[in-house]
Design a protein around this ligand. Sequence first.
Ligand code: FES
Length: 143
Amino acid sequence: MVSRRAVIASAVGVSAVTALAACAPQAEVQPGATESEAPAQNASAAVEVCKTTDIPVGSGKKFDVSGTPILITHPSQDVFRAFSAVCTHAGFVMSNVSNSEIVCDNHGAVYNADDGSVIKGPAQRALGKITVEVQGDAVLVSF
Ligand code: FES
């Protein structure tokens, strides 16, 4: 049996948590700026990973950026993409990219090197996308 005192203490606890959540700091927006113009929190600077000439059209390469394995692919002329190199099936770190496909050498999953979608299982989920940009001849990522 729950005592009346326990019910009241529980209700007070829930109210206190609700009040604290309402007081949590919000992202700072400068006066006159819309929320989308506010500086992004946790955004990191772009990091140069390689040169455009390092990756022929249709291929890709694995890089480690701050300890994170990523794949830079070049699926068509002037188009570069970046994905997590970790296979979504069982976590194997992939490096095999050819013919605009990313192949997991562990169990044979195949991903599209343009959008990271699964072409062939056993993987069921697409690769995580990473923001990539080209500045001059440099390929940069940010995440
Ligand atoms: S770990 Fe990639 S297909 Fe199994």
